[in-house]
Design a protein around this ligand. Sequence first.
Ligand code: F0G
Length: 459
Amino acid sequence: MTEESLNAPVVAGTRAMQRCIVTSCGAMYGVHERIYVCRRCGGPLEIGVVAGETLNSASLRDAWNLRKTSGEPRDQSGVWRFRELLPFDDTTPIVTLLEGGTPLYDAPRCADYTGLRALRLKHQGCNPTGSFKDTGMTVAVTHAAMLGARTAVCASTGNTAASLAAYSARAGLKCAILVPQRQITAAKLAQSLDYGAMVCEIAGNFDDCMQLIQELGDDPSIYVANSINPFRIEGQKTVAFELMEQCRWRLPDHVVVPGGNLGNSTALGKGFSELKELGLIDRIPKLNVIQAEGAAPFARLFAETVSKSETEPELLSISFLAEQNPQTLATAIKIGAPVSWQKSLRAVMRSGGRVTTVSEQEIADAKAVIGRDGIGCEPASAAAIAGIRKLVRARHICREDSVVAVLTGHVLKDPDYVANYHRGTLALGKTALLGAFRNMPKQVAANKSAILSLLSHNG
Ligand code: F0G
């Protein structure tokens, strides 16, 4: 590595550099370098966008708002609409499926269930491939195309795969995905196949796939699109911007997300920090990450770290203990060795938020309640609502606080889980999960009176 790469210039067509987040290192690299960790210390990288002269907060808000009425794809995308805070300038061709622009719903039944006066749900499952991954993938695949990469790859519990497959297809890039055999849902697998990706079913779990991806990343023909790639985080951070617009710039007290590989919490933390630096908000909402009990290495780390230190610890001094055999029916977050734990820990600690766990039963019941609000989501997303209920009971969140939960995936991502819950056949190993909100299908004779009689007996 040369000294130049440590003081990387901002290259034409871009307005950013990659930098190591470890404070004692701080190495910098240009955005054309295809790296995923710091070459000097091995630390995680993030993107620093160089502020242009136009970055005055009032004019930014106006420009972002105005673009909503434009017919240009670059304006219609709920990610590229915020391009002043993204790494590439207007001359870079973008790969977009018009992602973002997702609804923020009021959820009164969920509020009641969690013990809050009100609760809002930001539904990232309403993205083009049905999960929050699309907001990051548009930026990563744009970057891959810019670098002239041949094949984009990722390890995945299903959603990253579906998203990368779709964006690669748009860009005409080859795509290969590594998924743990028989551990991702049929719906997610079907998406990746349909978008033309090469699906490699690996005899192992997600963490084994991720390990292989890190090895493959050394090959010059390969572009890694997991959230270890800081360009993914850039796209995903725009959710914080869109959310603040939808909240009319009144900051929620808490934002709550499920945590797996920990890219999403990292991205939200970065988005809010950038808004604060720009003076668009005056503080950062408490960022809370929820994990499934059987796949909770980050919750364990958080409990140990906060109990030991009052101040933010140097990330290099912390050792992370992976969960060797993660288990949860929320397969999207069945992860034992999250790659973005350092960045996520920093974001959670800076926000004053928490990391906690919820049981399989809590996830399953919370998911059904989200359904009763007419919204629905996949199991991993419901961990956020189950987590809010737990945090309210522990008085870490107050009844009157304004709270936004991020729903990360669409209800149709895992229809088997939903049907099993309502039929009473959901189980993790030998443990049956009998749902408090079951809605069993009824067997009815094929005639009008039988149906009317059933309706009259069921209110
Ligand atoms: N919710 C859903 C629906 C997900 O698909 C994921 C991650 C998460 C939550 C956790 O987000 O990893 O940023 O902390 N899915 C990845 C995948 C791992 O491969 O689709 P995270």
